[in-house]
Design a protein around this ligand. Sequence first.
Ligand code: GTP
Ligand code: MG
Length: 196
Amino acid sequence: MIQKAAFVISNSNPGNCPKPDRAEIAFIGRSNVGKSSLINMLVNQKGLAKTSQKPGKTQLINHFIINDKWYLVDLPGYGFAKVNLKVKQGWESMITTYLTKRENLCGVFVLIDSRLEPQQIDLEFLLWCGTKEVPTALVFTKADKQSKSKTDQNISKFLNKTREIFEEEPDYFVTSAEASTGKAELTKFIEELVTE
Ligand code: GTP
Ligand code: MG
């Protein structure tokens, strides 16, 4: 159970992140997919991670400490078109450096918008994670936005695509930050990861 959650620090330089002396998990995905909202849902605090209707809200590597024991990290989104190329490249290199160099990282949750057909940018990102041996699981977000059958359809199309990337089917979760869907399952999985 997540009983306690507090903000620790924001960084643009992965080298300045807290000492890697405890387990850490991170949330990543396209801008606006619902990373910060999902974190708030998991920790039962509406405003802990900053959210916005406009994409591009989270711009730094944000560390939170959970139950005084492990780190949870909110990252900026990828694929946000409305910033200039330099800024975009800066975010990308911050994210890729963080994901490949962070030695205490035990799980990366790649969030996918459950309303959409498989998106090339998500598949490319997953492929990159695969080649870099970044430990990934999938989270299909915003499930409250459409019928369960539509969600299931999109997920099954997405999983079909991932067969071209991963040998085994990735672990995946279906969530809604609005309706707290998937909270228990995802929390249990995370707790197993951080206590391994
Ligand atoms: P960036 O930080 O910009 O990369 O975005 P993000 O991925 O952190 O998304 P954020 O949590 O800020 O949410 C973006 C928008 O989607 C906000 O308006 C949220 O209220 C909305 N949203 C997030 N999750 C859900 C959900 O499960 N259901 C619904 N209906 N809306 C959601
Ligand atoms: Mg965010």
